[in-house]
Design a binder for this molecule. Sequence first.
Ligand code: ATP
Ligand code: LTN
Length: 326
Amino acid sequence: MKKILTGLKPTGELTLGNYIGAIVQMKKLQEQYDSYLFIADLHALTIPQDPTDLKRRIKDFLALYIACGIDPNKNIIYLQSENEYIPSISWLLECSTYYGEASRMIQFKEKSKQHSNFSVGLLTYPVLMAADILYADIDLVPVGIDQKQHVELARDIAIRFNKVYGDTFVIPEPLISESGTKIKDLKNPTKKMSKSEDNPNGVIALLDDEKSIRKKIMSATTDSEMSVHFDEENKPGISNLMNIYASLTDKTIEQVEKEFENANYGTFKKRVADVVVETLSKIQNRYHELLNSNELNEILDAGITKSRAIAKEKYIDMKKKMGLER
Ligand code: ATP
Ligand code: LTN
């Protein structure tokens, strides 16, 4: 069975956009692949983090992904920083990566411009990402378009290492999902709903309470036409709410149009709010259950044991090939 791996950086708050756009896809992928899912907490450190806040997010992200339906029986789920072989592998890979290559990464160029003083980690981050992928002989890496270049760098490093030291790594491929629905900001529906958005009124977080979910949806930007039909260009607000409703009820846009043929915007929005509240309250109940029991710890213990064993084997193999032996 082919192997697939997803890394999640625990920054920002998970949103309905992440759920509909990515988590729903992941639930399908876990049925077809040998799946790995980890929290990239070491990656979060490339920009300064508040330790208390980071610790909370790590747990929140894990509990939320599992609550959303990522199945611990179908995924190896772990915390990156608990696998000490990964940074060790990363160092060995750094010595097979050219400075020019790393400094040409678009994300590095952009982020280094935003800060007057930035860490070396911001430059070497894609090599750590290569280690995350290569240690486990991953075939496919589902990523957004912004991470594609990093997966390509992982491929280049793997090809180079294999050439110099002999066949060691599987060459991974990025899996860019074009099919996932893009959910837009409720206040500004031409922009995507983003977890790093400063104005929370257009963003539904997975942990929002019922009252604020209803308030945000009822006050979502629409238009003056008063008819529920799909037209992303001229009616981005209504089309976005239709996408949300269709995704969460597993209906087609045509079915949604028909269902609300004679409805006014108030009635339509109330129904959208109902299904969002229903979906998120199930997720939140499971989330609280996970946080209030030992289940999360058990999942992480099982995951890290498997991940470490795989990484240890790869690390020893690499060291041997590189001449790091007594
Ligand atoms: P940021 O705001 O920091 O860019 P983000 O909310 O876009 O964060 P990412 O961590 O970049 O989240 O993305 C995680 C996954 O969620 C990606 O696969 C991305 O395509 C998906 N995703 C994020 N926002 C949306 C959205 N509004 N609609 C659909 N998919 C989304
Ligand atoms: N760089 C990614 C997170 C990430 C990742 C990975 C994704 C770290 N290591 C390995 C896929 C595979 C991000 O910023 N979202």
